[in-house]
Design a protein around this ligand. Structure first.
Ligand code: F6P
Length: 358
């Protein structure tokens, strides 16, 4: 048996722990393991993969990033190719991916990724590739699972950063706005905002009004609190408004951002209160995974090998109600999970007086 492992999409803390456990579990069964570099990109080169050995995965459980490299432009169905006139054409190399893996003698692929990677995995499985997926994304927006690897670490980093920023808010009687990642879902904002006792949390699932935010700041002042902490998801949007978009790069999803800067300007203009905004950015994806992320990543990696061992292909290994399960990749491909408005987390935020902007 020979398997390949790839890490697609953005990096997330915990990827290396999956690579380690999947590799070791496979090697212990006498299988061969090959690591694909930068998503599927190495399959179009002369060096399509590198052998993963016990030595290669030694000591990587606690390392952030991915030893295999990641690729946001890694969709083999639409590879952007720069033309002499500066425009791009898109080339479909998906057949090459399938044939190259067959040529290398690869029987199955462990694809570690988020919604984009699972969408690709599903399309490649329709071309005959045998895949087992592992759910990765700091955004926690993959359907069918309670949590994805990287999310816990991202929330911890965001919470710690917001805690630190709150001291400046208090000392200077400022409104401090912290913009966190999460794409079109508010999981990171909601969890880190709650954990750091934010006064206002704005998430894409609940379009906000500026009036609602200003009213909360006024209420705080009436109760003697001169400073405020606002956590805003990068995907937050105004009622009847669109997401704040920073830009779009070739072959990639749109880049969200700008909500915090917009709020800073508007709050200062409307209230005169000293206001500052901070964008946490990629540090939320960086560095060592939390203990929880290390553990689920190790469990996901070994479970993927157990799935391959019994021929349970085209499944995504997930954590559901605290148990490992396998669900069809087809059921998650092309979908994404937002924060349910009736979730107890939302109700808790409201019950303790946090303004959600509506
Ligand atoms: O999906 C993970 C994520 O970090 C999102 O939260 C964010 O919107 C996006 O990736 C940023 O992408 P990039 O690394 O390409 O800037």
């Amino acid at each position: 048996m020979k398997i390949a492992i790839n890490t697609g999409g953005g990096d997330a803390p915990g990827l290396n722990a999956v690579i380690r456990s999947a590799t070791k579990a496979a090697l212990r069964r006498g299988w061969e393991v090959v690591g694909l570099r930068n998503g599927y990109a190495s399959l179009y080169t002369d060096n399509p993969g590198e052998p993963l050995t016990h030595e290669a995965v030694k000591g990587i459980t606690m390392q952030g990033g991915t030893i295999l490299g990641a690729a946001n432009r890694g969709n083999p169905f639409e590879i952007p190719v720069l033309q002499p006139d500066g425009s791009y054409i898109y080339v479909d190399k998906s057949d090459q991916v399938v044939s190259k893996l067959a040529e290398m003698g690869v029987d199955a692929v462990v694809a570690i990724g988020g919604d984009g990677s699972m969408h690709l995995a599903h399309r490649l499985s329709e071309k005959g590739l045998k895949i087992v997926g592992v759910p990765k994304t700091i955004d926690n927006d993959l359907v069918g699972c309670d949590t994805t690897l990287g999310f816990d670490t991202a929330c911890s980093i965001a919470t710690e950063a917001i805690d630190r920023i709150s001291t400046t808010a208090e000392s200077h009687q400022r409104a401090m706005i912290v913009e966190v990642m999460g794409r079109y879902a508010g999981w990171i904002a909601l969890h880190s905002g709650l954990a750091s006792s934010a006064d206002v949390i704005l998430i894409p699932e609940i379009p906000f009004t500026l009036d609602s935010v200003i009213k909360k700041l006024d209420d705080l002042k009436k109760h003697g609190k001169e400073h405020a902490l606002i956590v805003v998801a990068e995907g937050a949007k105004l009622k009847d408004g669109a997401h704040f978009v920073k830009g779009k790069q070739v072959g990639q999803a749109e880049l969200l951002g700008g909500a915090a800067a917009w709020l800073e300007k508007e709050i200062m203009a409307r209230t005169g209160q000293e206001t500052r905004s901070v964008i946490l950015g990629h540090q939320q994806r960086g560095g060592r995974p939390s203990i929880y992320d290390r553990l689920i990543s190790l469990r996901f990696g070994a479970e993927a090998i157990r799935a391959i061992e019994v021929g349970d292909f085209n499944k995504l290994v997930v954590m559901k109600e605290n148990e490992l399960r396998r669900i069809p990749i087809a059921d998650v491909a092309g979908k994404f999970k937002t924060v349910p408005l009736d979730s107890d987390t939302i109700m808790t935020a409201r019950d303790i007086g946090i303004c959600l902007g509506d």
